[in-house]
Design a protein around this ligand. Structure first.
Ligand SMILES: [Fe+2]
Ligand SMILES: [Fe+2]
Length: 207
């Protein structure tokens, strides 16, 4: 890898963890009114949005690791374009956390490093497994966003609109990975990923 590329990737990592992300698409539900939530509801919504933000930090790192190691230029391009949407998700969840007066996860640098290693590992296994890992991640994120839609207060339309749009994007990312030839991961790997995801969401909800 050239030194220029290395600097570019390092810059992306720093921006994800330290800077505010930008979105080309407008904030979903940005036109919807803010509603008054009681203190417990507000804490809960901030917790859920912090989990989502942390998940998007992980998505950035995963996609970065996978694009770095992918062999096929078409796959690389698909990964980059999905990563752009993940950056938008990062911006939307960050904005919602700020609107609710919350803060992002303190452990984001740690999650980033862990996810980057996972992405590099998946990438090293070859494109079929790389994409398989991606498709499964996106499917698990989709299930997890479904659970957030069940748990978010019914009247918090602003948060719901963001999660709704993210869910649609993640479904599309999984379909893209499958279209490019994703392998189906063994059940034990899928289970391990679920356990890891559970730990991450549990910690990020609080920290
Ligand atoms: Fe996302
Ligand atoms: Fe995604």
């Amino acid at each position: 890898m050239s030194i220029d590329r290395l600097i570019q990737e390092f810059d992306l990592a720093l921006r994800t963890v330290c800077a505010s992300a930008r979105s080309v698409r407008p904030l979903p539900g940005g036109e919807l009114p803010e509603v008054a939530l009681d203190a417990a509801e507000q804490r809960h919504v901030v917790g859920l949005m912090r989990v989502n933000h942390c998940g998007e930090v992980c998505a950035q790192a995963l996609y970065q690791g996978q694009a770095l190691t992918s062999r096929d230029p078409a796959v690389c391009e698909a990964l980059r374009s999905a990563a752009h949407q993940e950056t938008e998700h990062l911006a939307w969840t960050e904005q919602r956390i700020a609107e609710l007066g919350g803060r992002k996860s303190l452990l984001n640098p740690l999650w980033y490093a862990g996810s980057l290693s996972l992405g590099l590992f998946a990438g090293a296994l070859g494109d079929r497994w790389n994409l398989g890992f991606l498709a499964e991640t996106e499917r698990q994120v989709e299930a997890h966003l479904d659970s957030h839609l069940r748990s978010l207060p019914e009247n918090d339309q602003r948060s719901r609109a963001i999660v709704d749009q993210m869910r649609l994007d993640e479904i599309e990312h999984a379909e893209t990975a499958i279209r490019y030839g994703a392998a189906e991961l063994p059940a034990i790997v899928r289970r391990a990923m679920k356990v890891m995801g559970g730990v991450m969401t549990g910690v990020a909800y609080r920290l």
